[in-house]
Every structure is written in structure tokens, then in C-alpha cells.
Design a binder for this molecule. Structure first.
Ligand SMILES: O=c1ccn([C@@H]2O[C@H](COP(=O)(O)OP(=O)(O)O[C@H]3O[C@H](CO)[C@H](O)[C@H](O)[C@H]3O)[C@@H](O)[C@H]2O)c(=O)[nH]1
Length: 734
């Protein structure tokens, strides 16, 4: 049972790392590999990216042969069991879990299920396979509001929120487990505030949505993604009035895990022991900001806000126990943390999404010119916030970071406009993973480029003239301000129609992966033209494809017309919509989703383009109309709904309450009907008009909707928007 890895004449110790593609996990994996362990990562990529694993491989060079990655969920017993069956695991480092405090308050069950139930699954597997050494990723959050500092491991424990309670409960469970079976060896590491990144700048923290923690937020202000930092309280009884925390470099944390594993290996009777991993020093918010400004050469605009509920004035830990018993001590300084975090930020201002965008655009023939222009524009428009070498360095670093991709972060001035109201729709729009503010182009923009599995490339290029002072983001924001929550203006991200094979709840992971995997695309993209121009004056698209304006009738009744490319109209429509949808549903979709939103919202024709799906993940619904739940129910809606995945009108986004689908005859819908998304209330999709029976074994309705209906429809909508509002094309952003 299990595979023993041989290396250098001896068996290598196999360590399973849950959540190894995450922030602390990935740094720990690098350290473990460098220290000679064989590492098996188990990660469901819910809040991480496979690209991170790729970069870990790259960082460890030859040692990457001792790394295995399994996309698996610790909540899935079968998946977990399969991994344990495959590898003779001697110890587990358990990071996997959800960690957003606010989200845990809103969705406690999700946290208890993922963190607590997931851990129970893991422990049962470990027990079954007789793997009884565990390093658990706990948190200083278990000290709650400590009565004094530094926090000692034997302080009374308490938790202020469900996230904290999951950590606390797991610690209790582990204690009980050990009491029941003294052959377990367990170390619980209570981290203080992890900061920094790998010195290479290749891996670092990539928080989804609005960062909860101080330094990721500071970092995003520095790269122009956010306007300013809100300092939560300046009236604490501390040296400068701001909160004090124990910031620790993520590399030191990683080293702490290796020290813990070594301790477990040599201490059979260690029991179940907690250790603080901190520096033992407290640093205030303002001190951290100052250190980051120094490291980055960037001025961080501040706004003093109220205290954040639940925050303490001062928390830092005693490191004595870890020093004495683990032989571990944090070595890196606040300066090191800020320097490394800034390097990561410069190289990856949009986190791992950069990789996918760059992948998609790297070989585009026109990209170089556009990109150069945009980078130049970026630099010219950057306000002179600071002076001297640091600024030059920062600009250079940003420039380097921008090379190889066509889509660049919105200028800080634009970002500021959008961020004036932190909770505003536009701010949320920019905050959500995968939805990135777009920017104006100069002459033409390549809307997107696809490297399909077939190996073919296709480019959709939209041409237009520049219009000063415009950008999609601004346009959307203004429109929302001017018109409020107009039903017809709902335009949202598509889910992932190209996948065709995945199941509920995996949209984000899939989207993030889709820069390289386009499952389901191959069958209809084999005849893709190498380049396709859509735009006013080109005429080619409409000429070739007359069904674009024909929205009635089923796909079968549409005339078969040969396109210039020699394929049937239907095929051609599929090709084109594949192209468009692909761009809309992959990480570099920021190019075309804003374009469509722009067309819809700015041209006043949004009623014709209502794309609903995956809204809670994408944030576009919120971005345009505000929180879905705020949408008044049963608003008459003439729009076409184009959805393509199971969450299209999901219970999570509440949209199935908002739109009386079954009563609106003019609506067309595509997507799976499932209890999860509430669509089964609305209409039985497989029997609905215009839906064909499946040719896809796995997702019948979806397949049909996407290939026969939505895609051709999309082409029509896209073309119509362009035809009717030629001026709008000038704003298509790249
Ligand atoms: O935008 C921000 C974010 C944070 N802060 C301040 O910065 C300090 C650090 O805040 P973080 O949110 O980065 O970290 P916390 O110490 O509040 O909490 C973190 O560390 C804890 C352990 O100490 C727990 O693990 C918790 O889950 C984790 O988020 C606090 O004074 C906070 O008020 C701001 O002023 N503005």
C-alpha cells in the first residue's frame, strides 16, 4: 500500500501538504523540497492557482521531480483516500482551509464544513493509512483579544468569529485525538501576521477579492489597484495610535514548518503541542506603511477610518517556546518583508492572473505595438507620487511586469475615481477576481487571443478611434450613477461555457485554469480562422453570417449558408462565438467582458445583452446593478438572458428571485437547470423550446445551449451592438 520514493540510495520522506498551492503553503513546499523531502500537494485550487505550483517547480529546479500535485479536495474522502493510497505518506502539513473572517461570519457553515469537516476527513485518512504525524496551520486568532502581550501558548483561548472558531475547534479535536491515541504526534503552529513573498518574486500572496489583511491591501494601493489605505483606528493606546501586530516573513514561517516536522520526527512523545510563530516584536500600521513606502518608493495615500470591529490594540507573540523546543527563530526583518512583497507586487500586479493573460497574448502579432503604447501610456499617466531612484526602479519593475501582456492595470487615476466609495459597484467590480478594470486604447485593440487545444490561434480584433477621457469602467460607473439599478442593464460575466464538463462550484478554478485548458472547445474550433476582424466598416462578419440578426427560430431552421471561409454559417457562428466566449470566460476575459458591458450599458442597448451567470463569483452583477438581492423582484424584463452554467441564476446570487423567468416570454435562456441554482423553479430546460436534446453525455442542456443557441446568439448580439453603436467600438478596451 503506497509508493515509497527512492532517492540518493535511500527512501525519501513523503510529506503531504494540504493547501500547498496557497500563500504559506507554497513557500513551505519550496522549503521542504529544498530540504530534501518528497512533497505531495493536495489543493482544490479554490483560493489558489495551479500556476503557483508551476512556479514552485521552477524555483526548486531539479528538485521538482520530488513534487507531486493533486487537485483534490480534503472534503472529498475518495479523492483524499486515493492520494494516501498512492503515496506512503509519513507526515502531513495541513494548510487547507478558508480564512476570510468576514466571509466566515456570513457563511459559517461553509467554514465549518471546509475547515472542520475537511480536517476530520483528513484525520480519518491519516489514521487509516497509519500516518500520525501532523503539523497543523493554526493561527494567533485563537488568542482572541489577549489580556496581555506577548501571547504565550498557555493563554486561555477564545475566538471572535467563525473562522477563528474553526481553528480553535480543530485544536481541540487534535487534543482529543491525541488523548485517545498517544501514537499521534501533532504540532499546532499559531501564526501571527504573515507578510512578504519569495525573494524571487515568483510566488506570493494573491488574495481573491478585496484583501482583508493590511499588507496585501497596501501592496494593491502601491500598484494602483486601490486608491488609498483605510487605517482602521488611530486612537488605540499605542505609540502612534494605530494597531500593533507581529508581522512575520512568510519564509520564516516556512522554515518554522520544516523545524516542526523535524521535531515530530525525533520526538515520539511530543503529544499535541502548540507553538507560536511570530517575531516577538510588534509593529504599528503606520510603521508598516512607512516601511513599505521606503521599500517601494511609492507613497501610500491614507485615510483614517473608524476602528474595525473586533480588532485589538496590540497583539504579538512570545517566541520563546518555538526557539527552545523547535530550534527555530524568525530571521527576517520588516524591511525584508516589505522589499520582497514589493518585488512580488511589481512582477505580479494582478497576482497569478498575469500568467494567464500573458499566455493568451504572448504571440499575438499586433500585441507588441499595442502593448508598448499602453505601457508608455501607463508610465506617462502615472502621477509623480514620489521621486528619485526608487521611483525609477519601481517604474522599471512595473514596466517589466507589464511586458508580455496586453492588458494593464487601470491607471491609478482611474482607479481612484472608481474607488471613491469603497463599497461602490465599480469598486467591487474592480475588486473581484477576474474582473479587471479596462482601459482605453489608442487605435485598435486585439480583443483576445486564444490558444486552443487544437493548436490554432485566433484573434478577434476590434477597430475604432480613440475617444479622450473615456474608459469602460468609467462609463459603467457613470451609467450606474445616472440610472441607478436598471434591470435592463444587467450585464454579467459568463461562467465557463467552454468547459462543458465540469460540475457545480468549480467555475473560478476552471476559469483560472482555462488559459491553458479549453475543454469542450476542440470540437467546434477546429475550423477557426486564424484571424477575424469585427468592427464597423469591415462588413465582413455580417456579410458572411446573415443569421446574426435572426434571433427567431431554432438553430436547425436557420439557413445553411456558406461562409467565405468555406464553413457553414452555423459552424462559422460557433467559431466566432467560441472565440468571443472563450475570451469572456477565461482569466484574460477582462478584455471582452468590459467590451460587452460597454456596448450594452453605454449604448443603451443593454436590454439586449443580459448575460447572467456565475455572478457571485465574477462580481459583474454587483458591479452593474448593485447587490443582486437588492434587485426588486418581478421587474419586467425584455432582455435576453444568456447564461451558460449552473449558477447562472444561482441561489447564491439571488437572481432567481429577481427575474420571473417563466413568465417572460421574450426571454431566452440557456443553462443547466438544477436545484442549486433555482432554475428548476423557472423552467424545465431540457424540454424548453429551442433546446435540443443532448449530444453530450455529461451536460446535455449545457452543451446544446452553448453550441446551438447561445453562441450563435452571442454573435448576433455582439454584431448588433457594434453595428448600432459604432462610436462604442472606439472604447473597446485592451
Ligand atoms: O485595510 C486595513 C487592514 C488592516 N488594518 C490594520 O492592520 C492591522 C493588521 O490587520 P490584519 O487584518 O492584517 O491582521 P489581523 O491581525 O487583524 O488578523 C490577522 O491575524 C490574526 C492573527 O493575529 C488572525 O490570523 C486573523 O485571521 C488575520 O486576519 C490591524 O491593526 C488592522 O486594524 C488597517 O488599518 N487597514
Amino acid at each position: 500500500m503506497g509508493e515509497t520514493i527512492q532517492h540518493g540510495g535511500g527512501a525519501q520522506e513523503i510529506v503531504l501538504v494540504t493547501g500547498g498551492a496557497g500563500y504559506i503553503g507554497s513557500h513551505t513546499v519550496v522549503e521542504l523540497l529544498q530540504q530534501g523531502y518528497f512533497v505531495v500537494i493536495v489543493d482544490n485550487l479554490y483560493n489558489s492557482a495551479e500556476e503557483c505550483v508551476n512556479r514552485v517547480r521552477e524555483l526548486v529546479g531539479d528538485r521538482s521531480q520530488f513534487l507531486a500535485f493533486h487537485k483534490a479536495d480534503i472534503c472529498d474522502t475518495l479523492q483524499l483516500d486515493a492520494v494516501f493510497r498512492k503515496y506512503k505518506t509519513s507526515a502531513v502539513v495541513h494548510f487547507a482551509g478558508l480564512k476570510a473572517v468576514g466571509e466566515s461570519v456570513a457563511e459559517p457553515l461553509k467554514y465549518y464544513k471546509n475547515n472542520v469537516a475537511g480536517t476530520l476527513n483528513l484525520l480519518e485518512c491519516m489514521k487509516k493509512y497509519d500516518c500520525k504525524k501532523l503539523v497543523f496551520s493554526s493561527s494567533a486568532t485563537v488568542y482572541g483579544q489577549p489580556k496581555s502581550v506577548p501571547c504565550m501558548e498557555d493563554f486561555p483561548l477564545q475566538a471572535a468569529n467563525p473562522y477563528g472558531r474553526t481553528k480553535l475547534f480543530i485544536e481541540e479535536i487534535l487534543n482529543d485525538l491525541y488523548e485517545s491515541d498517544k501514537t499521534w504526534r501533532i504540532i499546532m503552529l499559531r501564526y501571527f501576521n504573515p507578510v512578504g513573498a519569495h525573494p524571487s518574486g515568483r510566488i506570493g500572496e494573491d488574495p481573491a477579492g478585496i484583501p482583508n489583511n493590511l499588507m496585501p491591501f497596501v501592496e494593491q494601493v502601491a500598484v494602483g489597484r486601490r486608491k488609498e489605505l483605510s487605517v482602521f483606528g488611530k486612537d488605540y493606546p499605542t505609540r502612534d495610535g494605530t494597531g500593533i501586530r507581529d508581522y512575520i516573513h512568510v519564509l520564516d514561517l516556512a522554515a518554522g514548518h520544516v523545524a516542526a516536522l523535524r521535531k515530530l520526527a525525533v520526538t515520539p512523545d511530543i503529544g499535541c503541542e502548540p507553538y507560536n510563530l511570530g517575531t516577538g516584536r510588534g509593529t504599528s500600521v503606520l510603521e508598516m506603511v512607512a516601511a513599505f513606502e521606503k521599500a517601494s518608493g511609492k507613497k501610500i495615500p491614507l485615510r483614517i477610518s473608524d476602528r474595525r470591529p473586533g480588532d485589538c490594540a496590540e497583539v504579538f507573540g512570545s517566541t520563546k517556546k518555538a526557539e527552545e523546543e523547535l530550534g527555530w527563530k524568525a530571521k527576517l526583518s520588516i524591511e525584508d518583508m516589505c522589499r520582497d512583497q514589493w518585488r512580488w507586487a511589481c512582477k505580479n500586479p494582478w497576482g497569478y492572473r498575469e500568467h494567464y493573460a500573458a499566455e493568451a497574448h504572448k504571440s499575438a502579432p499586433s500585441a507588441g505595438e499595442t502593448e508598448a503604447g499602453l505601457v508608455k501610456q501607463e508610465q506617462e499617466s502615472e502621477p509623480d507620487r514620489s521621486k528619485g531612484d526608487a521611483e525609477t526602479q519601481a517604474k522599471e519593475a512595473t514596466k517589466t511586469a507589464l511586458q508580455g501582456r496586453q492588458v494593464v492595470p487601470v491607471r491609478s487615476t482611474d482607479a481612484q475615481k472608481g474607488e471613491g466609495k469603497s463599497g461602490s459597484p465599480s469598486a467591487r467590480m474592480a475588486d473581484k477576481r477576474g474582473s479587471v478594470p479596462a482601459r482605453k486604447l489608442t487605435k485598435s485593440a486585439t480583443v483576445g487571443r486564444c490558444d486552443f487545444t487544437s493548436g490554432q490561434d485566433s484573434v478577434v480584433r476590434v477597430q475604432g478611434k480613440p475617444e479622450k477621457g473615456s474608459c469602460i469602467r468609467k462609463g459603467v460607473e457613470e451609467n450606474v450613477q445616472a440610472h441607478g439599478k436598471r434591470q435592463g442593464d444587467v450585464v454579467s460575466n459568463m461562467g465557463n461555457p467552454m468547459r462543458g464538463t465540469s460540475t457545480n462550484g468549480h467555475f473560478r478554478d476552471q476559469r483560472r485554469k482555462n488559459g491553458s485548458t479549453t475543454s469542450g472547445a476542440g470540437n467546434v474550433t477546429s475550423a477557426l480562422p486564424r484571424s477575424l476582424s469585427i468592427g464597423p466598416g469591415t462588413g465582413t462578419h455580417k456579410d458572411r453570417c446573415p443569421l446574426m440578426s435572426n434571433r427567431s427560430g431554432s438553430a436547425e431552421r436557420r439557413p445553411k449558408v456558406q461562409t467565405a471561409a468555406g464553413s457553414s454559417v452555423r459552424e462559422f457562428a460557433h467559431e466566432v462565438t467560441n472565440d468571443i466566449l472563450f475570451q469572456m470566460t477565461t482569466p484574460h476575459s477582462r478584455v471582452s467582458i468590459p467590451a460587452l458591458i460597454y456596448h450594452g450599458v453605454m449604448s443603451g442597448r443593454a436590454q439586449d445583452v443580459m448575460m447572467l451567470s456565475d455572478a457571485c463569483n465574477s462580481g459583474w452583477i454587483e458591479a452593474v446593478v448593485g447587490a443582486p438581492r437588492a434587485v426588486p423582484p418581478k421587474v419586467p424584463c425584455r432582455s435576453t438572458i444568456i447564461g451558460s452554467n449552473d449558477l447562472s441564476l444561482g441561489t447564491r446570487n439571488g437572481l432567481h428571485h429577481a427575474f420571473p423567468l417563466h413568465k417572460s416570454k421574450s426571454m431566452e435562456f440557456s443553462g443547466m437547470s438544477s436545484p442549486l441554482n433555482g432554475l428548476h423553479h423557472a423552467f424545465p430546460l431540457p424540454k424548453g423550446k429551442g433546446f435540443e436534446r443532448s449530444v453530450s453525455a455529461r451536460h446535455p442542456a449545457r452543451f446544446i445551449c452553448e453550441t446551438m443557441h447561445v453562441r450563435s446568439h452571442m454573435v448576433g448580439l455582439f454584431q448588433k451592438a457594434i453595428d448600432k453603436t459604432p462610436a462604442a467600438t472606439s472604447h473597446l478596451c485592451a
